[in-house]
Design a protein around this ligand. Structure first.
Ligand code: FES
Length: 337
């Protein structure tokens, strides 16, 4: 029989088998440890190992592990930040607006006030379509929307959900929300510089964080970069302009282009516009994995606190998987004569 280890999580005690996954051990013992993907991607389960040894599930932050991937090897003392409870709620699409050639801004009116932290995400299920993860943001002109969900959704060619915005999904469409999830949220009451790096619609959580931080302290130093491939995709122009009106904010659009660019816009990938980082900074990155990895490396080299929300491709839908499995089985049966 494998050895049992004593685990203390935020003062709650449970026992885990040697080698057992930390998240699994917590859940079977009735200890509520926030999680979502169980695959080391979403970051919701990130936990600080105060004392003891785990193996696997490392993160880009020293002493922090993904509980869904970390195996228990000794007695442990752990600390988790308190997170809002995960709940389900219903709502309806209130408005759909194209803010760029490939980005729709979708406003959803929920039946009750959302309770997430700026930067967190929910799973949204538009009735009749598969669930997708999106981070609520705020309006680009700075209007505070604490009662509705505002989403920036990139239209993906043949996307099962995004291609239906404005056709199969219109104002009045029913939506179910599950959440919030995620670890890349704004920590309140801090005074240090925020470095906020976004690629494409990764701007959604970044703008939510920037807005909340500046509401809390209009003098907080913020360096914000929003990257897109082409100038017509730079839907966040009004937000960059608004942010630059704060005394200690630098907000830059980054475009892969060498043609003449307007004010606040520079050429090249977002990571080329990182400031010199120090251990006093708190850095957030949301967007494609290449950008997030580059920013993570710079933050790690500087010893800065780092939180990431990397894009992940939507998983194949069950129906598509079943279709594929059906075709494969039919082919196998036909092939087997
Ligand atoms: S639940 Fe562990 S990273 Fe998503």
């Amino acid at each position: 029989m494998s050895k049992l280890h004593k685990v203390v999580l935020n003062g709650k005690v449970f026992f885990a088998r040697s080698g057992q996954l930390l998240l699994e051990a917590a859940l079977v013992n009735g200890v509520d440890l926030a999680h979502d993907c169980r695959a080391g991607r979403c970051g919701t389960c990130i936990t600080r190992v105060v004392e003891g040894i785990t193996v696997g599930g490392g993160t880009r932050q020293a002493g922090m592990v993904h509980a869904c991937q970390a195996h228990v090897l000794s007695d442990l003392t752990l600390a988790c930040e308190p997170l809002p409870p995960v709940t389900a709620m219903e709502g309806r699409v209130a408005m759909l607006v194209d803010v760029a050639e490939d980005v729709a801004e979708v406003t959803i009116q929920p039946a009750r006030k959302p309770g997430h932290l700026p930067g967190q995400y929910y799973r949204f299920t538009f009735q009749g379509y598969p669930a997708r993860a999106f981070s609520p943001t705020e309006s680009l002109d700075g209007t505070w929307l604490n009662k509705a969900f505002k989403l920036n959704i990139k239209r993906v060619r043949n996307g099962r959900v995004s291609s239906q915005l404005g056709t199969g999904i219109q104002a009045g469409h029913r939506v179910r929300m599950l959440g919030p999830f995620g670890h890349a949220f704004l920590r309140p009451a801090q005074k240090n510089r925020l470095v906020l790096m976004a690629g494409g619609t990764g701007f959604a959580p970044i703008w939510a964080i920037a807005q909340a931080a500046l509401r809390e302290d209009p003098f907080r130093p913020v360096w914000m970069v929003a990257g897109v491939r082409k100038l017509p995709q730079l839907y966040m122009g009004p937000a960059l302009e608004l942010a630059n009106r704060f005394p200690n904010v630098t907000a830059i659009g980054a475009v892969d282009s060498s043609s003449p660019l307007p004010e606040f816009v520079a050429a090249g990938a977002p990571e080329l516009h990182l400031p010199q980082l120090s251990r006093e900074d708190t850095v957030y990155a949301c967007g494609g994995p290449a950008m997030v990895d580059a920013v993570a490396a710079a933050a790690s080299a500087a010893g800065a606190a780092f939180y990431a929300d990397p894009f992940e491709a939507a998983p194949p839908d069950d129906a598509m998987l079943l279709n594929r499995l059906g075709s494969w089985l039919r082919g196998a049966v036909a092939g087997g004569g």
